[in-house]
Design a protein around this ligand. Sequence first.
Ligand code: GLU
Length: 488
Amino acid sequence: MPETVRVRFAPSPTGKLHVGGARTALFNWAFARGRGGVFLLRIEDTDPERSRREHEAEILEGLAWLGLDWDEGPDVGGPHGPYRQSERLERHRELADRLLAEGRAYRCFCGPERLAELRAEQEARKQTPAYDRRCRSVAPDESARRAAAGEAFTLRFLVPEGETRFRDAVRRDVTFANAEVDDWIMVRTDGKPTYNFVVVCDDADMAVTHVLRGEEHLVNTPKQVLLYRALGFDVPEFGHLPLMLGTDGRKLSKRTGDTALADYRDGGYPPEALANFLCLQGWALDGETEVFSLETLVERFDVADVGKAGSVFDPDKLLWLAGEYVRADSPERLAERCAPFVAAAGLADADELERRRPWFVDVLRTEQERIRTYAELPARIAYLFAADDAVEYDDKALKNARKHARARELLEEYGAWLAERFDEGPDAVREATKAWVVERELKMPVLFQPLRLALTGLPGGPDLFEVMALLGRDASLRRIRVAGERLA
Ligand code: GLU
């Protein structure tokens, strides 16, 4: 029976979830789900100064918002727990002691001064700085005696001679000479283990079969592979996902767009759009189809198809995708998702929107084609919540209306006519209004521009008869009357 795929996402809870991290999580999740495997979360909180529980909670929330779920993790538990690295320190110590006892690791008593001198000398000789392995020759009993006497030491991994190979699904077979790997520090003077050490202990203990992570970790992989071997553990398969670049071709940063997942959630992007967009960062469905769901990703994703080249995180493309998802959504669900944005803009409180739900769904029906994010809605519909005598008139809308000398009289006349017809409904009134304009030998904008100003204060927007239906009879007629006065 083939081995069950077990993959993990291992964020450090030191800040917001980065879009690059979200992509890593997404690919791991899809890989597990497509193979009947297990997707687990491990919180790498070994840096006590920078790790925060709030960050951990936000990261989990962000992943769930994106549509991901996990089988094992700090919140749901699992057979390989605990899932917070800080709670596994005893096991880390046990494995470190084992390596020391077996002579695969050694105590290094070189203090910061000596290491700084060594580095300066190597730099002066234009050599790559590396530890010169002096403490390898400290005899085990002397080493134990010095440690017992309280001398400070770090624990270094003893890199064996030879050459090492590992499988990388993205970069294929990777080979490196062990001589290029420094005798790296496994445990610091204060007894705290380092990332390269604990990541291997935990991945092995959690029976992780594939390590899919960002390319920035490729430099760490030789150290980790050597450690797996030293501990006698199976080496997982790796897959280093290409860097995500900004539109300026440099490493993704704030310069060319938001980098925190939460900024997109707070900016009103549909989570499905962001998930879809992240799928396109380093992977493609068929080279053509750009809009596809997470179900499709799960069916088709294989880490072997991830490209090596960096992918460009283009915020304009994301905005376009967001619009695609908004247009494809149901007005009912859009209403639900947009309501918090309308409330946050101070247009109406959540209860009022809930009470007027059918009306609010109709609002979404008229605006759905025009917005790309939920956050774009409030500014477009603020007029619906304004007092009838205080609709804010946009300069351009006002200018458009004033082009027509008789705008005021026309609005008065039309208002009186409309009062008799309003209840016939938008379609009938639209047709009758057009006939009304034609009868007077006018061009449509002569009425429609002042009318749009009166009802919405905006230069453009949805069909005016739908707008009237949303405003209702009284508000529509009142706004037309008020506009007559305001145009005077
Ligand atoms: N905690 C590491 C990070 O956030 C995980 C790296 C790994 O996946 O090995 O970058």
